[in-house]
Design a protein around this ligand. Structure first.
Ligand code: NAD
Length: 315
């Protein structure tokens, strides 16, 4: 009987047929459940599959318990905070992800959000479409100070782009002690110094118990009045209630978010503010990044179902 692969990632194979063909050419039966995610339906079917390529929806302990045949869960992306890794490990499930490959796409998006909120690009464009032709005044990004929370793969790429803009860059990452030679202009400092110095604060850490609400009211109040926050990492790291208050009272000029605590953010009070740009979690949605991520997921499924070691093992 042929092995079965379930794909719940919505972006898998959107750019080319190559990733799907890799699975088919290996004789696997492939099913897609990539419409609106329904937990009950997912739990009913997961027991039929040998491999899962997953996007952002939850893979809970309940799912692990039902997944009797499953050998591998491939995260179609980098962050694995939607997967119960502890439960997966207890059940000898292999979990892989695809870090780094989409980091240029995310770094581009973080930088575009920075430019967008500095010059009020989305806001002004929206006004023009409503028939309002009025000048908006923003601030320069070049020569300002960029503060990075986290100094991993994506943050380093943001720092590289900031170098091209002549920005001063300070970063906080308690797990990193060295700055690569080509980023010698980046200073690793304490979190308080990043907060106090940054004109633009960009967040690039995983979501976990240590980073949840890492940027809360206290941290926002330590920032310069009128500074900016960009979050392309995960919702929940920047406290949304504090962000709302600081955007309302002028402590922060504006914010750019690709990620929200609850996605989609239906009814979220942040949606009504003019000084925020919110994107539908499109950090890795460049054609180049999606195709590369899909290919690696397919190759990992082939490897594991043929008894070989996959790339990018998380557990
Ligand atoms: P990475 O693992 O290379 O870097 C994360 C860095 O955060 C590491 O250097 C780590 O030491 C640091 N860190 C961990 N805990 C910290 C803390 N408490 N304070 C400061 N630094 C801390 O990951 P990456 O590839 O740079 O990605 C960063 C995050 O971006 C991912 O975890 C993921 O959640 C998110 N991401 C979002 C998208 C998107 O579509 N918007 C796409 C890819 C990744």
């Amino acid at each position: 009987m042929s092995k079965k692969v379930l794909i719940t990632s919505r972006s898998f194979g959107q750019v080319s047929d190559e990733p799907l063909n890799i699975l088919k050419d290996n004789g696997f039966e492939v099913d897609f459940e990539n419409g609106k995610y329904e937990e009950e339906k997912f739990l009913q079917v997961i027991g039929n599959y040998d491999a899962l390529i997953i996007g952002a929806h939850e893979f809970s302990q309940k799912a692990v318990e039902k997944a009797n045949k499953l050998k591998i869960v491939c995260k179609h992306g980098a962050g694995t905070d939607n997967i119960d890794l502890k439960a997966a490990k207890m059940n000898n499930l292999r979990v892989t992800n695809v870090p780094a490959v989409n980091s240029d796409a995310v770094a581009d998006l973080a930088f575009s959000l920075m430019l967008d909120i500095a010059r009020k690009v989305s806001f002004a464009a929206g006004e023009v479409k409503k028939g309002v032709w009025e000048k908006t005044i923003g601030i320069d990004v070049c020569y300002k100070t960029l503060g990075l929370i986290g100094f991993g793969t994506i943050a380093k790429k943001v720092a590289k782009r900031a170098g091209g803009f002549g920005m001063k860059v300070v970063a906080y990452d308690p797990y990193i002690t060295k700055v690569p030679a080509e980023l010698a202009y980046v200073n690793l400092v304490k979190i308080e110094e990043v907060l106090q110095q940054a004109d633009f604060l960009s967040i690039h850490v995983p979501l976990n118990d240590e980073t949840r609400n890492l940027i809360d009211k206290k941290q926002m109040e330590m920032m310069k009045k009128g500074s900016f926050i960009i979050n392309t990492s995960r919702g929940g790291i920047v406290n949304e209630k504090a962000l709302f208050d600081c955007l309302k009272n002028g402590q922060l000029s504006a914010a750019g978010l690709d990620v929200m605590e609850k996605e989609p953010p239906t009814g979220n009070p942040l949606l009504v503010l003019n000084n925020i740009t919110i994107l539908p979690h499109i950090g890795m949605y460049s054609k180049e990044a999606i195709n590369a991520v899909s290919l690696i997921c397919s190759q990992n499924v082939v490897k594991v179902l043929n008894g070989q070691q996959p790339e990018n093992i998380v557990i």
